[in-house]
Design a binder for this molecule. Sequence first.
Ligand code: DC
Length: 223
Amino acid sequence: MIITIDGPAGSGKSTAARRLAAAMGIPYLDTGAMYRAVTLKALEAGVPLDDEEALVAVAAGTDIRLDCGPTHVRVIMDGRDVSEALRTMRVSRHTNQIARVPRIRQILVDKQREIGRRLGSLVTEGRDQGSVVFPDADVKFFLDASDVRRAKRRYHEMCADGEDVRFEDVLQNIRLRDGNDRGQWEPLLRPGGAVCIDTTSLTIQEVVDRMLEEIRRARAGRE
Ligand code: DC
């Protein structure tokens, strides 16, 4: 069974995806981590982020392995554990410059489909999972929340990770990324047939419960 969860930054999709996958006993895929890994590599290599050819070469030449468990996402890039390095503000700020390059998206979309084929069943989250990567997914979700609520979630996560950040900067970053995500190059689409959940005033458990209910309904409808 393939379940997709799409939505903007801070909509709660990573936590929901992780918990949902654990509840269903199937793997989970964090596709944002793949875009972040390519960004980290480009930044470390000093590749100018407006040099499309060089960026595509970086993406094509990067080995990314993900181990997405119920309590963690471990990302191994070219044999190195970069799980923490991917979450810094610097990487968050620049990832949209990578994610907007169509050829890079194609490389990562191919990798995601290959992971889907290999695993058979998974919960996958990102911006384009239900619309582009797995259009035939069994159940599709689209999560959203107010920008202030999303920034608060991100801020608390970053503080818990020991990052020294100001709430105002996180909010500004969320708004900037919204502009990019929902702009011209648009990876964030609400897939047709997706179940939309506004998570602004829901707990994570309530979100997961609603998802499980929808999945039960979808399964029952198919029997
Ligand atoms: O979900 P996240 O914050 O880890 O995503 C990081 C960046 O990658 C963000 O700028 C959106 C982009 N992204 C994307 O374009 N497509 C995806 N499937 C996942 C993430």
